[in-house]
Design a protein around this ligand. Structure first.
Ligand SMILES: [Zn+2]
Length: 154
């Protein structure tokens, strides 16, 4: 399998395959040191970009290092992540042609940004990289916040 990193129309750099990949293939492992979520929050509190991947119950994260961290988010991805025996793999969910950019849906949660804008260009683009459940959670919080603000007015 030939994976290359080059500039992407989605975001900065992306990961492309130079050879066709069959559906179901484990394409690349999400590698990097495993650290606690607490430590990661501390380490990256002032950093706009992180490549953290929650594993297991989310108390541990992989501090991404290597090819997999260049795989961009898409709302209509050709890969997904699978946790297999404690290791995280980016696996093809359809046949992928040579020259295609690899993508998976980040389903972000617990982020600091108000909105993690998505520019994937898919017809079904959510406009954000947050997971649908996380979007709902944030909307609930925003509504409560609004009510509180309204209530504070004299
Ligand atoms: Zn999108």
């Amino acid at each position: 399998m030939g994976l290359i990193i080059r500039s992407s129309s989605i975001h900065a750099a992306g990961c492309y395959t130079t050879t066709p990949i069959r559906k179901g293939t484990r394409v690349v492992e999400y590698t990097g040191p495993r650290i606690s979520k607490e430590l990661a929050d501390e380490k990256y509190q002032d950093s706009p970009t992180t490549y953290l991947f929650g594993v297991g119950d989310g108390e541990q994260v992989i501090d991404g290092h290597g090819t997999a961290m260049f795989v961009n988010h898409s709302c209509a991805p050709n890969c997904q992540t699978d946790e297999i025996d404690g290791r995280v793999w980016i696996c093809a969910i359809r046949d992928i042609a040579a020259g295609e950019e690899l993508t998976y849906d980040y389903y972000l949660y617990d982020g600091d940004e108000d909105e993690a804008l998505c520019n994937c260009g898919a017809a079904a683009c959510r406009g954000t990289m947050y997971a649908p459940a996380e979007i709902k959670r944030r909307q609930r919080i925003a509504r409560k916040e609004k009510r509180r603000k309204l209530a504070r007015k004299p």
